[in-house]
Design a protein around this ligand. Structure first.
Ligand SMILES: [Zn+2]
Length: 133
């Protein structure tokens, strides 16, 4: 993942953030997932009057990807953007969701508008929960 790819993916996340349904917090978030075939899937946050039912952009994008028949092995990266904050990192629940699919997924956040910071989900959640079968 080079910087230009990361910034392009962040741009997709930025676009979908404008669709966020965030009447309560006003905190809009967009996420865009990049797959090995160069396709992308986006999601935005969707809030609910019962706050705990709110769906984050990252989990929305991952759910949409699975619904579209995407394979978890093909996920390369997820970019997360919010117009409300610099460096919009995924919350703990979303880190667990991302880690479910691969520890190698790159997580991209915007830094100061024109810079992308790239981590792996393993950087952000090294001891994720999994079922040892
Ligand atoms: Zn989240």
């Amino acid at each position: 993942m080079d910087k230009n790819q990361a910034l392009t993916l962040l741009e997709h996340a930025k676009q979908v953030a404008s669709n966020a349904y965030a009447p309560y917090s006003k905190f809009k978030v967009g996420a865009s997932i990049l797959f090995k075939d160069n396709s992308t899937v986006q999601g935005c946050n969707v809030e609910n009057a019962s706050y705990g039912l709110t769906l984050c952009a990252e989990r929305n994008a991952l759910s949409t990807a699975i619904s579209f028949g995407k394979n978890k092995e093909d996920i390369l990266a997820i970019a997360i953007y919010s117009p409300n904050t610099n460096k919009c990192f995924p919350c703990g629940a979303c880190r667990q969701w991302i880690a479910e699919f691969s520890q190698d997924i790159q997580v991209i956040v915007e830094n100061n508008g024109d810079n992308a910071l790239i981590y792996t989900i393993n950087d952000l959640l090294p001891y994720f929960f999994y079922l040892d079968k």
